[in-house]
Design a protein around this ligand. Structure first.
Ligand SMILES: [Zn+2]
Length: 239
């Protein structure tokens, strides 16, 4: 099968910022998720805007993956979708670097998390996995990725970057009416859309302040929606 490559730009501005490559059916499917779910969304569109506004010469390249090395790691989406990785995250210039997002559409659960019978959580649906990975890529192309910073989320320790990916994707899930949100990065645990108990967590402000400082347009746009559009909007609830 011949691979194809296409840029995604729903507004037809000819922006070469989000490239999708792989077999035609794969490119069609990813494009459909971007169009029907991510572009058709406050949160998704805010993430896309950040990517479109990144420095000249940077792009996000979404590449076909068939979950190679899928069992090699316990990290949920990063082993299945293989995450999105800039060439060397520790040597950034702060101006942003292109990001490769290897994405497996099947989003199978890692066997270490699913040894016995287990139900695929909603947060592992391809549209939510793709948005989570796009948040990582957004951080790369904007030059905001912070390696080695750890925070707590729902009593689990995790990398700040994963917390940022999880929080923004949880808001996106809530917007889409899915309120069994992702709790952490090491289990299949879910939490409800209780925004007050979320913002009261000891390191919630570390996570939220970082998003506000790094992506003010995204943050303030979503905060401005208040709780009227969807219940889980910690940007609106955070002082
Ligand atoms: Zn991740």
């Amino acid at each position: 099968m011949t691979d194809v490559s296409r840029y995604f730009d729903q507004e037809m501005k000819n922006r070469k910022k989000i490239q999708i490559s792989g077999p035609r059916s794969y490119v069609d499917s990813v494009e459909k998720i971007l169009k029907d779910w991510i572009y058709f969304s406050y949160v998704g569109r805010a993430v896309l805007s950040e990517i479109y506004g990144s420095a000249q010469g940077t792009e996000v390249h979404i590449k076909f993956s068939s979950s190679s090395g899928a069992d090699s790691s316990g990290v949920l989406e990063d082993s299945r979708a293989e995450g999105s990785y800039a060439t060397d995250l520790t040597k950034g210039t702060g101006k942003g670097a292109s990001s490769v997002l290897s994405f497996d559409l099947t989003c199978k659960l890692p066997s270490n998390l699913c040894k016995t019978k287990c139900t695929n959580p909603r947060f592992n649906l391809p549209r939510f996995v793709l948005l989570h990975e796009l948040v990582h890529s957004m951080r790369h192309v904007r030059g905001k990725w912070r390696a080695g910073v750890t925070v707590n989320l729902n009593r689990k320790s995790l990398a700040l970057e994963e917390a940022i990916g999880i929080v923004i994707t949880n808001i996106f899930m809530s917007e889409k009416g899915d309120n069994k949100l992702r709790a952490d990065h090491v289990s299949l645990d879910t939490i409800g859309p209780d925004v007050q108990s979320f913002v009261k967590q000891p390191t919630a402000s570390t996570i939220l302040d970082q998003i506000r400082a790094d992506h003010p347009a995204l943050y303030n746009g979503i905060a401005g929606l208040k709780q009227s559009k969807f219940p889980f909007n910690p940007f609106a609830a955070h002082p």
